[in-house]
Design a protein around this ligand. Structure first.
Ligand code: GLP
Length: 231
């Protein structure tokens, strides 16, 4: 299957299109959504908040969460989701991995079990500069389920902008695995800005390789890529 690549140079139009894709999913009857965090998602969630979109009968599962960061920390992903989306557009039920679990490995296994029982209709994805999806760093096997990861230095550096210093960026996270993501019936990846060019180029023009985790989705049956980058 080929990737459905949509290049929209104007950022506002790009996010309007992303909102439309969500509305089409709802119209089709999709009700289990995988959600993502990161700066890329902020304008989308703003558009959702300002729209009449209604998730009140839907369920959501987030991709990932830092390990060891209190849920109340403003940079925990559960805080991010509450601030940017859930406080304005609540879902009937929302799940994120619990980054404060006493046993993160067991928490990851339980999260995978919940995902398997739920079956995602749709997964929203951002992309890391190194091609990571969720927190699946380069080298992660494509068949990985939800698991605990050691974050790479480059990912911690990229995310340090949200913290006072890099020392505050957690070193571990729980992330849906590549196989958990790929099971979603439809996947929408949003990549905005020059920093994502290399990763996107590898996705569109390169071979599938564990060195660039997003390339695992090259053969996905319904994969939309929305970007402002000419490739
Ligand atoms: C984090 C998240 C990813 C996200 C990536 C890119 O590492 N775990 O899910 O795609 O950041 O973030 P941004 O959109 O801020 O560039």
């Amino acid at each position: 299957m080929s990737i459905k690549l949509e290049i929209i140079k104007n950022e506002d139009e790009l996010y309007t299109r992303a909102l439309e894709i969500f509305q089409n999913e709802l119209a089709k009857g999709s009700n289990t959504f995988g959600l993502a965090t990161g700066g890329t998602m902020v304008p989308l969630y703003e558009k959702m908040a300002a729209s009449d979109i209604d998730f009140s009968k839907c369920n959501s599962f987030n991709l990932d969460e830092y390990v060891g960061l209190p849920a109340s920390h403003p940079e925990s992903y559960v805080s991010f989701m509450k601030t940017n989306l859930f406080s304005k557009k609540p879902f009937a039920h929302s799940e994120l991995p619990n980054g404060e679990a006493a046993d993160p490995v067991a928490e990851a296994a339980q999260y995978e079990e919940k995902l398997r029982n739920a079956q995602l209709d749709f997964q929203l994805l951002g992309i890391g500069e190194n091609g990571h999806i969720g927190f699946n760093e380069p080298g992660t096997p494509f068949d990985a389920p939800t698991h605990v990861v050691e974050l790479t230095q480059s990912t911690r550096e990229a995310n340090a902008r949200f913290f006072n210093s890099i020392d505050e960026v957690p070193t571990k996270a729980i992330t849906m695995g590549i196989s958990s993501i790929a099971r979603a019936k439809t996947v929408l990846l949003i990549a905005v800005g020059e920093k994502k060019r290399d990763a996107l180029h590898a996705l569109i023009n390169g071979e599938a390789t564990v060195e660039v985790p997003v390339t695992a989705l090259k053969d996905h049956q319904d994969f939309i890529v929305l970007t402002d980058l000419d490739l």
